[in-house]
Unconditional design. Structure first.
Length: 90
């Protein structure tokens, strides 16, 4: 239990941020899964759209500090490489 009013406020803020961060991370994971599913179905147009959404979410999350910017860059690179390798196989 917090002993001061300021500590109580910090607890409330932490809960709010934690739930927001969980939501953002969950959306990122879901979007990446959707992208991988589109790749597995060999639906290239849908995969490009899913990649675009994933990149947008990763950039937003990195900008807000939910994930580290290097992690966002690494994920974007991995997903793009995955799509490009698929294009070369055709």
């Amino acid at each position: 239990m917090p002993n001061t009013a300021s500590a109580a406020k910090r607890v409330k803020q932490i809960k709010k941020r934690t739930s927001r961060n969980r939501y953002v991370k969950s959306r990122i994971k879901t979007t990446i899964k959707d992208f991988k599913k589109a790749m597995a179905d060999e639906n290239q147009d849908e995969a490009k759209e899913k990649l675009k959404n994933a990149v947008k979410l990763l950039d937003k999350a990195a900008h807000k500090g939910v994930i580290h910017r290097n992690k966002a860059a690494r994920k974007k690179s991995q997903l793009t490489k995955h799509l490009n390798n698929f294009n070369q196989e055709d």
